[in-house]
Design a protein around this ligand. Sequence first.
Ligand code: ZN
Length: 82
Amino acid sequence: MSRLEVEPKVSPEAERSDVVASSGPTCAVCGGPRALRRREACSDKCRAELSRRRQKDALRARYSEIRALLATALKKLDEGAP
Ligand SMILES: [Zn+2]
């Protein structure tokens, strides 16, 4: 059997339009297709994962906020140091 090297003639534009054409609503967690009636995730499992990520993000945002406040406080202390 001979192997012919055939380069797929797909331009970036064509590829993109293909993606756009086939892009329906997708799950925010697994990236798979989801039903229109489902809001962000395709399944209960993915929705649970999504809310877990949200909580993590919220916690991270809170920590970085506190860190920034502490940094500001330390700066103020330095400024006011005798
Ligand atoms: Zn999913």
